[in-house]
Design a protein around this ligand. Sequence first.
Ligand SMILES: *Cc1c(COP(=O)(O)O)cnc(C)c1O
Length: 393
Amino acid sequence: MNFETIKQEEQQYLMHTYGRFNAALVSGKGAIAKDAAGKEYVDFTSGIGGNSLGYCDEGWVKAVTAQASTLQHISNLYYSPLQTEVAKKLCELTGMSKVFLCNSGAEANECAIKIARKYSFDQYGNGRQKIVTLVNSFHGRTVTTLAATGQDVFHNYFFPFTEGFDYAAANDIDDMKAKLTDDVCAVFIELIQGEGGVMPLEASYVRELQQLCQEKDILFMVDEVQTGISRTGEFYCYQGYGVQPDVVTSAKGLGGGLPIGACLCTEKLSEVMSSGTHGTTFGGNPIACAAAKEVLSRVAEPEFLAEVKAKGEYIREELKKMPNVRDIRGRGMMIGIVTEKDNAKAIAAKCVEQGLLILTAKDLLRLLPPLTITYEEIDRGLAILKNIMEETV
Ligand SMILES: *Cc1c(COP(=O)(O)O)cnc(C)c1O
């Protein structure tokens, strides 16, 4: 099938919810994807952070195919040793106490929101259920996680949205103090706002915020759906901020390209979600768990984390030499590039034409390369980007 036919049939049969780039990808290896015509693309997106080990990593393929030919699904009516292994590993890597497994970032965040409200209900009764998130945040596409998302553009069409959210300006502790009224049960933040334009929070702000939360028994919850699973050079980004959240949510890179999400909580909250209060048919699915187990056995090793940091640094240094680069933000291999000419979208489209997959966020170029990308692949991708940056100056 040629590209035009693929595009036309997509238009015919799929809801038009996505603005897609002009590429139809059919295979991949490492950080290189291929389209139907055999054209290669260097991938600086990892499927928006999903393919933490790149395309068709050998160990990952082995784990997933072995599990697919052993047991693909059982539901949560039965015990699953694989699920327990994944949860145990997540707890060991974080010091958290318990895990709920689900299928996506939005679902992990729904679980966090339910924990916050039920904890508060159990402790203080009704009337203390507000959750404060940050302006410019992104927490997902369900009706409730859209409400949690602190951007007006997302609060449209689907009324009524879930009540009980308020939004504080990021890095503004006074605004946060004003928002932490007696009806607040939790604060829920991204440490680096991803979709909002790769905007990191200041460490001093985050520490003070956690302190404030502790004083008022307000849960301090961190959305690590994008920043987690070693993306920033720490296993979870909070580990580099010197704070200990009450709740952490995770997804994207966790399954290395299969859908799995997780909501982690501390000892204090470990009994909040009691029998019958939450569930999902596919959550903790054996194949997704086999994938996650492989990812977790690799990405949290100190040498691996050091590599992520080193590659991130290398990319940053190379980007600094390019024209049209005004500012570079982010940590590890979560990188945002502010362009001089404010032309990120046009550049991203050109990159695809010339064989580089690259993301945008707001008016930035954004890179989320597979964590296993090689320096050779990085150089190949950066050369394409450099050409296009030069052309557009
Ligand atoms: C991607 C993302 C989500 C939503 O995850 P889905 O798997 O698409 O539901 C939530 N929060 C953050 C910070 C994200 O980057």
